[in-house]
Write a protein that binds this ligand. Structure first.
Ligand SMILES: [Zn+2]
Length: 310
């Protein structure tokens, strides 16, 4: 049995949001089995309902993933934190946050991973909820494509290809099996990136207001503007895989299957998760618990004819 896991104690950090530029402090709390990853805004006053890390809670996908609850309270740019939780096998955590956007830190998941490791992660004597892919599911969006396919294994494997006109990025491919330790070693440090040619339009749309060379790679044609350069030559495609790890976690369980994508983005990834949830025959729960249904995306629980309660 692979146990669900949570933090051994609460832990805090603060920083500014990439898109809003607003400062926020977060405190991550341990949570019970089957709680999942949830966010709670502490700056809104009065009782507020939690915001679930679920595909049904996605309210915006413009350059980042934003989640909202039924009251319209939202938290933006959740993907790098969720990816770190998934990468380190943290299933259950409550994230209290006093602002509208998760701090971007250095633009990667590295500081979240270090925080989670420093804090300590503990097993919860209850089996992890696994979503096993049974049949291929594919989505397309313009020139982008993403798919999930069955594998015999227990792990999520990922493969992505990107192609950019900027020769500093060019064509990059990366494949990875998400086994213990591989997220920290292979993906966690890969930073988000932007092209100089799109900065003005991003800012005109109210995006990237907190962006700087301290929290993003800036590319201009064949040049990397950041004085320190890249952490790896293929840092860009590694970041796309990091984002995919976060976005796929919005399915509400740990996916056992193979993810493959060409030119992926948040919208494509979330479309893929939605398409999967909408096809009950394409997946099943393994070791799902009876308590879980209350916390699953609505479409997921409506597909729970294939659940395997333990
Ligand atoms: Zn990202």
């Amino acid at each position: 049995m692979i146990e669900q896991r949570t933090l051994s104690r609460k832990i805090s950090l603060s920083g500014i949001g990439l898109h809003s530029g607003m400062a926020a402090q977060m405190t991550l709390h341990p949570a019970n089995p089957d709680h999942g990853i949830r966010f709670r805004r502490t700056d809104l006053g009065g009782p507020v309902s939690d915001i679930f890390a679920s595909v049904d809670a996605v309210s915006s996908l413009e350059r980042a993933t934003t989640l909202s609850n039924d009251a319209g309270h939202s938290v933006a740019t959740v993907e790098h934190l969720i990816a770190a939780c998934r990468g380190l096998g943290v299933d259950n955590v409550l994230v209290e946050i006093d602002g509208p956007e998760v701090p971007i830190m250095d633009g990667s998941s590295l500081e979240f991973c270090n925080l989670l490791k420093d804090c300590g992660i503990v097993g919860q004597s209850k089996a992890r909820n696994v979503i096993r892919i049974l049949k291929p599911v594919e989505v397309r969006l313009g020139d982008s494509m993403a798919s999930l396919k069955p594998t015999g294994g227990q792990m999520l494997s990922l493969s992505a290809q990107i192609e950019f006109a900027e020769s500093a990025i060019g064509t990059q491919r990366k494949s990875l099996v998400l086994k213990p330790g591989s997220f920290c070693k292979e993906l966690s440090f890969a930073r988000t990136f932007a092209c100089a040619s799109e900065l003005e339009s991003l800012r005109a749309r109210g995006l990237a207001l907190g962006g700087s060379l301290d929290n993003a790679i800036l590319v201009d044609g064949d040049r990397i503007i950041n004085p320190e350069g890249l952490r790896r030559k293929d840092e860009f495609v590694r970041h796309k895989l990091l984002d995919a790890v976060g976005d796929l976690t919005l399915a509400g369980g740990v996916i056992a299957g193979h993810y493959e994508a060409v030119q992926p983005g948040h919208r494509l990834n979330v479309d893929l998760v939605s398409a999967l949830m909408a096809r009950p025959g394409a997946w099943c729960w393994e070791r799902a618990s009876s308590r879980l249904d209350r916390f699953l995306p609505r479409r997921a629980s409506s597909a729970s004819g294939v659940s395997l309660p333990i």
